[in-house]
Design a protein around this ligand. Structure first.
Ligand code: GTP
Ligand code: SPV
Ligand code: MN
Length: 588
């Protein structure tokens, strides 16, 4: 399929090591996908769902020990340990290659090697990048088909260039003690062993589009961020694009596909989804920052997705979708998960493959990090700019996390550097998207803690530099949101989901300069009366309570920030240290 010597060398040398029975190049043709699907149905890797109700849809179950990203086993193998920084696991590349090669050796025996040429971003866009993933999993092939642009045309676009990311994935035997997700930024290389779970094995996603790409972006003057991209269309037809970074399972997919409350829709507001997880951002010819979504599909959290919370996402899963670790309904070959509706199937099978109907056991039927993989073009609100090679101009960056207390519903940073500070101090309660305890508060700067491919101090410096290189009048404005404030009974105070439109509305008015705000120690906070809460399930005093800034709590927060910043030593940009001092002074 190609004469590219570097690609052929990569495939041949890896094949020599892993020793497959045969090698299949994925050409992107429907006939090939069809044949692979048939094969995975025959071997049980996929279960066919109801062709009438869910055409082209399949269910997959992972091993029970393999249901989420493994941050403790994810490594940045830079030549110099200092370049991985204090927030990443580092592994000496020579030692890592040696260990990984010993795991990979002969691991494809009796298996097929699939060669997947894929493009992150529209094929041929100046913002796109190419990768080759080698895998022994048909599930990976079929998911990569949905999540990226795959096929012979990618190799054509690559030509004889050596500028591609090399990704090798081997299931081996899903031994969690030999599971490694390793990145070699200086070699454009990723190696993933002993997993079959999405984020660990769909190497275009977090491994390439964030960890490797963040490293590339710093060298090449652009940014790879864990951000959704959406456009808010106003009644006059003007569209404002925003990029929003929330940690895993903190609401990106939901916000990206938001359906505005009735009054907004009737007035002519629309929300368009460009991306739900990753943004690549680069200065455009007019000096503004432009973003593309490098992905081609959604790998979304299933639990909680319903006709009420996110109808666009639910409807997008109704065809050509692969479900992973959800409940199977034996009566009609459909799927179910917690939070879809209140009616678990009477004859269901849980994510582990056991009979389950919601009362047979106290355990959940769907794994909390169960997911759907759906084509982006399935989404009713997909932006007409989704494939635009130049991307969309960004008017605002929004950061946000899960904070039961302290962080108000929304606030605006004073300027770029303060905005970088606000992103860098993000903290959020951990979720089921990664293995480990959930609900633990941790710092997660720009939602990139698990995804930054180099020293986080240098990453902050890169953000500062991107601002310095962007004329002030072209810079996006920065905001922070928190949909997750809890009352004393542990209930969410803010109704969230579609009602988040009310906050987006305020954000856009701030970008336009048409609404006032209150200056506080942490930045600009809305006057409660400037948020439109018509027909919204919250009253004014409650809204005021989640907009309030508690200086004592922020003074304590500043102490925590200083401690966190201490990790970065002299790689912490002085601009951020100054912002922190500023916060201390303002909360006094
Ligand atoms: P990743 O794919 O892991 O990066 O997650 P994500 O950031 O796209 O999160 P997603 O939109 O899938 O939401 C994760 C969980 O948060 C789901 O259970 C949602 O129901 C819940 N959620 C999303 N938005 C809101 C909101 O505005 N309020 C509340 N209370 N919950 C929300
Ligand atoms: C996340 O965890 O942020 C995800 C899912 O989007 S994964 O692909 O597993 O990274
Ligand atoms: Mn994510």
């Amino acid at each position: 399929m190609t004469n590219n010597k570097k690609v052929l060398e990569y495939v041949e040398s890896t094949a020599k090591l892993v020793n497959p029975d045969n090698i299949v190049w994925i050409d992107g043709s429907e006939a090939q996908y069809q044949a692979l699907t048939e094969q995975s149905l025959a071997n049980g890797e996929l279960i066919k769902l109801n062709e009438k109700l869910l055409p082209g849809c399949y269910l997959h179950r992972t091993a029970v020990n393999d249901v989420a990203r493994v941050e403790g086993r994810t490594f940045i193998c830079s030549r110099d340990q200092d370049n991985a920084g204090p927030t990443n696991n580092w592994w000496n590349p020579a030692e890592a290659y040696e260990k990984l090669n010993s795991i990979l050796k002969d691991s494809y025996k009796g298996r097929t090697m699939y060669v997947i040429p894929f493009s992150m971003g529209p094929v041929g866009s100046p913002l796109s990048k190419i990768g080759i993933e080698l895998t022994d999993s048909i599930y990976v092939v079929l998911n990569m088909k949905i999540m990226t642009r795959v096929g012979a045309n990618v190799l054509e676009a690559l030509g004889d260039s050596n500028d591609f990311v090399r990704g090798t994935h081997a299931k081996v035997n899903i031994d969690e003690n030999e599971r490694y997700i390793c990145h070699f930024p200086e070699d454009n290389t990723i190696i993933s062993t002993n997993s079959g779970y999405g984020g660990n094995v769909l190497l275009g996603k977090k491994c390439f589009a964030l960890r490797i790409a963040s490293f590339q972006g710093r060298q090449e003057g652009w940014m790879a961020e864990h951000m959704l991209i959406l456009g808010v269309e106003k009644p006059d037809g003007q569209i404002f694009y925003v990029g929003a970074a929330f940690p895993s399972a903190c609401g990106k997919t939901n916000l990206a596909m938001l359906i505005p409350p009735n009054a907004y829709t009737e007035a002519g507001y629309k929300v368009w989804c460009v991306g739900d997880d990753i943004a690549w951002i680069k200065p455009g010819p007019d000096g503004r920052l432009y973003a593309i979504n490098p992905e081609n599909g959604f790998f979304g959290v299933a639990p909680g997705t319903s006709m009420k919370s996110n109808p666009n996402a639910l409807l997008a899963t109704q065809s050509n979708t692969i479900f992973t670790n959800v409940v199977y309904n034996k009566d009609n070959s459909t799927v179910w998960w917690e939070g879809m509706d209140k009616n678990p199937p009477a004859n269901g099978v849980d994510w582990k493959g056991n009979d389950w109907n919601g009362t047979t056991s106290s355990e959940k039927g769907a794994q909390p990090n169960s997911r759907f993989t759906s084509p982006a073009l399935n989404c009713a609100c997909i932006s007409s700019e989704f494939e635009a090679p130049a991307g969309v101009p960004i008017s605002a960056f929004i950061f946000g996390g899960r904070r039961a207390k302290t962080t108000p519903l929304v606030y605006q940073a004073r300027d770029w550097n303060h905005g970088v500070f606000v992103g860098s101090i993000m903290s959020s309660e951990t979720t089921a998207a990664a293995i480990g305890a959930t609900g633990v508060l941790r710092r997660d700067p720009m939602a990139m803690l698990p995804f930054c491919g180099y020293h986080m101090g240098d990453y902050f410096a890169h953000w500062i530099e991107m601002g310095a290189n962007t004329p002030v009048d072209k810079q996006p404005k920065f905001f922070n949101v928190n949909w997750f404030r809890l009352d004393e009974n542990g209930n969410f105070i803010w109704p969230g989901f579609g009602d988040n439109m009310r906050v987006l509305d305020w954000i856009i008015k701030r970008v336009e300069g048409t609404v006032d705000a209150k200056e506080t120690a942490i930045g600009y906070v809305p006057n409660a009366t400037d948020l439109d809460i018509t027909d919204c399930d919250i009253d004014m005093p409650t809204l005021e309570s989640i907009l309030a800034v508690d200086n004592a709590a922020w003074a304590a927060e500043a102490e925590g920030i200083k401690e966190f910043y201490g990790k970065f030593g002299d790689r912490l940009p002085v601009e951020l240290a100054n912002e922190c001092e500023n916060l201390v002074a303002k909360t006094k």
